[in-house]
Structures are given as C-alpha cells and as structure tokens.
Design a protein around this ligand. Structure first.
Ligand SMILES: Cc1cc2nc3c(=O)[nH]c(=O)nc-3n(C[C@H](O)[C@H](O)[C@H](O)COP(=O)(O)OP(=O)(O)OC[C@H]3O[C@@H](n4cnc5c(N)ncnc54)[C@H](O)[C@@H]3O)c2cc1C
Length: 347
C-alpha cells in the first residue's frame, strides 16, 4: 500500500489529505501543535469564542466554497456586516464594495480544520513535530518527536512526502534534510526567499457593546499603526449578548517592533490605538485581553511553482498559502486540494 506523509495540519495539509480520501493510500498527517487548523486558529475564554489567526475564510474560490458550504457546513456561520476602511489619519469610510461571504464556525474558524480532518479520514498525529527528513532507497524517512514526550520520538517511511509548513519552516526542514540531490539547495532557497509579515493579534473584551454599522475595519493605505479591527460579536455564537470582543491586528511594522513586549503592554497600547480610531473613550478600558504572536503570519508573494514542481521527481510535494502566493485560508485549502490530487495521480 502506498504511504503518504503530510507535514502540517493547517488548511493546506488537511486539504491534501482530504483530496486523497478515496485512494487506497495510507495517509498520515504530522502536526506539531495539539490542535489542527494551523493559522485558522480559535481561542476560548469565559463564554467567548474568538478567531485569533485568520478572521474568516472568504467565499472566493468556487471549489473551496462548494466544499465548505456543503461537506464542511456543520456549524458554519457568516460574519455579519461589511468591512469598512480607514486611512493613515484614522478617517473611517464606508466599505469597498466587498460583499463576498465571510465564513467562520459557531465554535470558531479552527472548526474548519476539524471538519476537514474528520471528512478526510487520514491518521492525524497532533502534538508530533517533524524534526528530520531523509531520502533513502526511493523512500522518505520522516523523523518526529512528540511535543511533550521525548519517548514518543520515532520515524515513519513514506512513498510520497507533502510539506505544508509556512515557507521558513519548510526551508529549515529541507536545509537539514539528509537528501543527496542538488535540487535540495534550490528548494531551500526558493522557500527561504518568500518574504513574510509578522503580526500580533490582540483580543480585547469589554462588558458592554456599542452598535456599529460594520463588522470590521481595514487600513486601506497601510500607513496606520493598526491594520485591522473587527467585532467578534458579529459572528453568531462567539460573544454573549451585550458583551463585546474586538480582534485588533496592529500593522506589521508595529507588530515587529513590539513583538517581545509583555502581553499587558501590547494590549494597553492596542486598546489606546483602537479607542482613538473608533473615537470611543470606552474602548480604552477593556476587562481582559489575550495576545497572540504570529512571527510568520502572512507570505508576501509565493515561491517559484515550477521549481517546487521539480521535487515531484523525488516524490516531494508542497502546498500552502506561500505555494499559492496568497496568504488566505481559501488559497491554502485550494493549494492542498490540488497538491493532493497530483499525489493521487502519481500513485
Ligand atoms: C493574524 C492573521 C490574520 C489572518 N487573517 C486572514 C483572514 O482574515 N482571511 C484569510 O483567508 N486568511 C487570513 N490569514 C491567513 C491564513 O490564516 C493562512 O493563509 C492559512 O491559514 C494558511 O494555511 P496553511 O495550511 O498554508 O498554513 P498553516 O495554517 O500555517 O499550517 C501549517 C501547519 O504546519 C504545522 N507545522 C509547522 N512545522 C511543523 C513541523 N516541523 N512538524 C509538524 N507540523 C508542523 C504548523 O503548526 C501548522 O499547523 C491570517 C493569518 C494570520 C496569522
């Protein structure tokens, strides 16, 4: 039986596993975190559910939209309300005509990963970090370690390998790989060259809610210290009635500069910027906050697809937002589906 190893259980890795569900292949997905979904991540506190990575999955790719709205639809909800814009001076303006649906789940966008995992039927090993790769006798050897139990370390053999971590983590794995082929260095370079934006994501909870005409605000000229502010209460099931939870993403420059600051300092400064932007003094005083750091948050561009495709001669495949060239959940999922299909054709 063909054995396929997938590294990473984000939208791309689980999309690849899903595309292989009807083959005879034995598919194993290795995921370093304890949960699936990758950067489509959700946290919970008190009775609130909030998306701290991707805010939603856009209805922008026909095939992905069909999959999400039909097979993965259990608990699917839409963020209600438009996205408005603001500029460097904090001037807020109405919309930019973008009325595509913005999907999440009642239990948060991480449910997308859970639905994909359940529909794909692969073995998904969470809490298992891939630490080494080797090419031996036309097979891949995948070395792994459990995050919290060194005794669970081991290795697995695979006929095909699909790499889906963000480009810097993929470059790191390939750089250390025991694979005697000049292509290895070219692939390392191609992945390492993909530029990334760093982002902080700050959840700010308030005991009271203000009615506003929009779900989210995006900085259109990329010249404000904030990049994004959205209201989780616009997502059904996320915030108890009467309460408010803002997800604030400062600009990449601000995020990089404050990345190592203490959580409470970041939260206070993000709240101050938000209160000023919304011109609402009640927003200075949140009652709790949660700060999430994404060093490699969003790729600015993609890797050379033809070069990545040369890996297929050695049964090595890639998927992810950086392969698609667009830092979006739907693009990552589409990339995973396409890659999974190419693996299925080959074996
Ligand atoms: C703050 C923020 C806001 C965003 N907002 C939006 C938005 O509103 N809409 C939108 O569409 N997109 C948004 N995005 C982008 C979106 O989240 C990503 O494009 C998408 O989730 C990428 O999916 P992926 O599968 O390619 O990668 P990931 O989701 O990063 O999955 C890769 C997985 O590989 C795992 N991994 C890495 N190394 C190893 C290893 N050695 N061994 C095992 N596992 C490993 C990681 O833990 C991870 O789970 C946002 C991202 C961030 C960070």
């Amino acid at each position: 039986m063909t054995r396929i190893a997938v590294v990473g259980a984000g939208a791309a890795g689980l999309g690849a596993a899903y595309a292989l569900r009807e083959t005879d292949a034995e598919v194993t997905v290795f995921e370093r975190r304890e949960s699936v979904g990758g950067r489509a991540a959700t946290r919970r506190r008190d009775d609130c559910v909030y998306d701290v990575g991707a805010n939603y999955c856009k209805d922008d790719d026909e095939r992905v939209s069909r999959l999400v709205s039909e097979e993965l639809a259990d608990g699917l909800v839409e963020a209600e309300g438009p996205v408005w814009t603001f500029d460097a001076d904090g001037e807020i303006s109405k919309g930019r005509g973008d009325d595509a649906r913005k999907w999440t789940y009642r239990e948060g966008l991480a449910s997308l990963g859970e639905r994909l995992r359940d529909a794909g039927g692969a073995t998904v090993r969470t809490g298992t970090e891939v630490t080494g790769l080797a090419r031996e006798d036309d097979e891949w050897r995948v070395e792994y370690e459990s995050a919290d139990d060194a005794l669970a370390a081991g290795d697995a053999r695979a006929d095909a390998l699909v790499l889906t971590p963000p480009a810097p983590a993929t470059a790191y794995l390939l750089d250390r790989a025991d694979w005697d082929d000049p292509l290895r260095e070219d692939l390392v370079e191609a992945a390492a060259d993909v530029p990334y934006r760093t982002l902080l994501s700050v959840a700010l909870h308030y005991p009271e809610r203000t009615d506003l005409p929009y779900y989210g605000l995006v900085n259109a000229d990329k010249d404000h210290e904030l990049g994004w502010v959205s209201r989780e209460e616009c997502k059904p099931g996320h915030v108890p009635d009467g309460e408010s939870l803002l997800v604030v993403q400062p600009s990449p420059g601000w995020s990089r500069h404050r990345y190592d600051d203490a959580d409470d300092e970041i939260a206070v400064q993000a709240a101050d910027l938000t209160a000023e932007l919304l011109d609402d003094p009640d927003r200075y005083q949140f009652d709790w906050a949660d700060v999430v750091r994404w060093r490699d948050a969003l790729p600015d561009g993609g890797a050379d697809a033809r070069l990545l495709g040369r890996g297929e001669r050695s049964d090595l495949f890639f998927a992810g937002d950086w392969v698609a060239g667009e830092g979006r959940v739907h693009a990552a999922l589409a990339s995973g589906l396409e890659t999974g299909e190419r693996v299925a054709e080959r074996f």
